[in-house]
Design a protein around this ligand. Sequence first.
Ligand code: BDP
Length: 339
Amino acid sequence: MKKHLAILLALALTLATGAASAATTLKLSEVHAEGYPTTLADQEFARLVEERTEGRIKIEVYSGGTLYGEETGAIEALQLGDIAFSRVSASPVSSYVPAMNAIQMPYLYKNADHMWAVLDGEIGQNMLAQIEASGSGLVGLCWYDAGARSYYTTKPVTCVADMKGLKIRMQNNAMMVDITNVLGGTGVTGIGPNEVYSAIKQGTIDGAENNWPTYQNMGDYEAAPYYVLDEHTRVPEVLLASAAVLSELDPADVEIIKAAAKDTQAYEKQKWAEKEAAAEEIVRAAGCTITELSAEAYAEFQQAMTSPSAALGGQSLYEKYGSAYQDVIDAITEAGLGF
Ligand code: BDP
């Protein structure tokens, strides 16, 4: 009798705590290596979700591009519901949600504070909501920092004319390809960020463009030691979820997931600041040629990417990719007046 009571009690306890129900395990794809700011943020997100759902949801983070080496592959897997999450750059998301280009036009932000005021404000939060509302099958959870992107090449570049004829790996986004094309170079896509180093070494491309942390962490600075700080774009990172996978979960858990993601943003920004400084130090110590542009040379890059171009049949990048979102672009520019 006593034994039966104990079993009953144990059963009641398991039911009450939910310990008997199996945990749901979800996958998160990340192209960066262990220890990179976004990977650390993914892991913090997984920790918070597991803690706040009391173990009902476990998230496995696959770093280093082991699941998908190209972010477009991860995005398509999210649409199909093959994986639950992926931390990607906002750039390839534009191929699925074109309005995303409005927040990553060249020379759009005055500085990082300007970009963050926009992303944390109405425009950025509306953009996250728009990813979900667009019917893309994607859900935008939060933004992460990714600094400013600049060109790195196997030959010195100190002005726009030096870009002529260079084959430059760009992210999978038509606007990004045109950013290089308007400079007289050739934008090349289809190369994952982990393949850039070998593509440069093999001579398939003459360079690429990225922020300090990726330039250093992927080892690209050893293959293309000329880094020209033209800072053409600030493209934030975005943590995406699969709408199909979220629809299978308890709505209360979806709310926990959404809140947990937002709570990792400050953490990533702090790790980003540390890594950005450390990466710059490593690259400089390695003896790379870092070109800080004169005001005139900088203006030349800016001019090429904002005015009409023969490479675009007389259109400017802003006309070709931004005119449908002119109101958003104007609001972003206006928000920059205080910076
Ligand atoms: C890095 C982003 C990463 C992108 C990569 C790229 O963190 O998400 O995949 O650029 O250029 O800055 O593809």
